[in-house]
Design a protein. Sequence first.
Length: 286
Amino acid sequence: MSEGKVSYIAKNSTICPVCETEFKREELLTGGGRMNAGDLTDELHRQYLPTGRFGDVYPLIYPVTVCPNCFYAAYVPDFDSILVGTEAAAKLKMETGDRKNLVKNIDPQIDFHNNRTLKEGIASYLLAMSCYEEHSPECAPTFRQAVSALRGGWLSMDFHKKIPDENWDYLAQVFFRKAAFFYSLVIENEENGKEQVSSLGNLGPDVDNNYGFDGVLYLAGLLEFKYGQRTNVYKRGEKLKKARSTVARIVGMGKSSKAKPGPLLESSRDLHKRIKQELDEMGLND
């Protein structure tokens, strides 16, 4: 059976605030058996199983809006927060060539005029990570960079499973290490008031469930544990102690509630134990 339609082109046009190009977004169709939900990973990533009619469906390909002309990229709520004619817009326009080179390093054939594939999805998150450097603190740009890095890693691993001999797993590791850095920075910025994520409606990290700031705390600890550097034992130990303290803020919450889902608490308790075990093995648990 041939694969069915999984996306559509929006009726209303979007105007890029950087280069003023008019284009139409590609949106994911839902329902009709397209979304065959599978397991939830330890990174709170919902996996989807292929179906006979629709094949593989990757919802994460679509959330980032990308101008097909200048490759300015941002999530829908933030796309127009860069205003035409401002200093930020001018800088982003000047950096168009740099963004196109970033994408070219993934694949020169990537084209946002056409329907998206996994490659366009991966590139969209790489572009978002770059463009959010110019967004104001009100957009919580560090969080947007964090979740973009994490999703870019997930999609890169999806592509690696399809084509295991093209080093997409290496790109995934680069994304995951970036995600570990940004998630840790999100917590720092929240604590010192530099950026607040409370104004954002959904903290993901995936498109199905919202795990709120508890999920941010958990992922900051998990990503450091899984992808943090391991060459310097002392630095590794210090990072793990910080990760353990971060995760402990969830573990100490007690009973699960609607705002604090049980699976997140269970995963946090397990992670706390795993971090403690590694610190014990390193002789650094105090």
